[in-house]
Design a protein around this ligand. Structure first.
Ligand SMILES: NC(=O)c1ccc[n+]([C@@H]2O[C@H](COP(=O)([O-])OP(=O)(O)OC[C@H]3O[C@@H](n4cnc5c(N)ncnc54)[C@H](OP(=O)(O)O)[C@@H]3O)[C@@H](O)[C@H]2O)c1
Length: 326
């Protein structure tokens, strides 16, 4: 089968289309013929090997050669112990371990997959899993956002950010989105009440405070985040600098005790229940997966370059077709 592979950490130039062995599912797994795969921050990090936690599987070189976590496709075959799916089922979801999706076929146990609703295209379905579940956990499940609260989303214009902005608005919050200059009109168009250009303004020093900060790309000190929180407010680190992550792990509990502010890492479990919940909101038209741009499988390096160069407003999706066309 065809897959986009890489052998070492670095730039999108290191990604290349190759002929690799088609995966064989074991008795518990399913084999999925991929129709679409979307790009997430986890692919950017897995490619560049930055931040450091992206190298957990392989410090010097990637332990898996195929990136791509969020897929939609059709079940090709089913292991004899897997009773949840059957050949021909249209499915979508996030692949455990965040790898394997930039390919014509992928095998997985299927526990993080769900049946694709007929009303969603493969591309729309592939745009939802990781980003949608992060937003659902951050804003609703753990964030428990309520009407009237002030919510800030740092990195609001990327993959997970647009879902988070829409969910926070849905729950009646006053929403501030932070991202680069080119993405501010887009974030406004999602319903955000305020936008902040991270290239011009530091949201932790402008005197404003929030009930919830959902940080998709953290790189400031834990004390900056404490300053930007209202009394009893919560700050969730989703992704960003590994140093900040360790700082939060060490100092977050002390801040909680001293200042009653909740500064913590948001661990987002890959799971079917949340995937179905966020997808139902998409089907109902309450939240929409925003696809900025589509690429074909052999254009995957361009897709990653588009994301890394700061152009992507929402999701970038790769259509995986046998003829290589979108
Ligand atoms: N905690 C968990 O369990 C869990 C699970 C899965 C994934 N993750 C992590 O979740 C994170 C979410 O990423 P995503 O997919 O939404 O990422 P993404 O698509 O790369 O979006 C990040 C956004 O942040 C913007 N940005 C860059 N620097 C910024 C700054 N200094 N201030 C504000 N915004 C900035 C980026 O814009 P530019 O274009 O300007 O760079 C981009 O729009 C990733 O780090 C991933 O590893 C965490």
């Amino acid at each position: 089968m065809k897959a986009v592979v890489y052998e070492k950490y670095g730039s999108p130039d290191l990604l290349h289309l190759a002929e690799v062995e088609k995966p064989t599912p074991n008795d518990d797994e399913i084999l999925i013929k991929v129709r679409a795969v979307s790009v997430n921050g986890s692919d950017r990090e897995g490619l560049t090997g930055k931040p450091l936690y992206a190298r957990m599987g392989g410090l010097l070189k990637p332990s898996h050669n195929i990136l791509g976590a969020d897929i939609a496709g059709r079940v090709e075959s089913v292991g004899k112990n897997n009773t949840e799916f059957k050949p021909g089922d249209e499915v979508f979801g996030e692949i455990p371990g965040y790898h394997g999706g930039f390919a014509e076929y992928v095998r997985t146990h299927g526990k993080t997959m769900a049946l694709k609703p007929a009303g969603l295209t493969f591309e729309e379905a592939a745009a939802i899993p990781q980003a949608g579940v992060i937003a659902l956990q951050g804003i609703c499940e753990k964030g428990k956002v309520e009407a009237g609260q002030k919510v800030l989303i740092n990195g609001a214009g990327g993959s997970a950010g647009p879902f988070a902005v829409q969910l926070a608005k849905l729950y009646g919050a006053e929403v501030t989105g932070v991202d680069n200059t080119n993405k501010l009109d887009f974030i406004h168009s999602l319903g955000a009440d305020h936008v902040i250009d991270y290239t011009k303004e530091n949201f932790t020093t402008n005197g404003r405070q929030y009930d919830l900060i959902l940080d998709l790309i953290a790189h400031r000190s834990v004390f900056s985040y404490q300053r930007a929180l209202r009394p009893a407010g919560s700050y969730f680190f989703v992704g960003g600098s590994a140093i900040v992550m360790f700082q939060i792990l060490l100092i977050g509990p002390l801040i909680k005790r001293a200042a009653k502010k909740n500064i913590r890492i948001l661990v987002v479990p890959q799971n079917r229940k949340d995937l179905i919940s966020i997808t139902q909101l998409c089907e109902a038209g309450k939240v929409k997966p925003v696809i900025d741009k589509r690429f074909s499988l052999n254009e995957t390096p361009e897709a990653l370059r588009y994301v890394i160069d700061g152009h992507a407003k929402g999701k970038v999706v790769i259509a995986v077709q046998p003829n290589g066309k979108t």
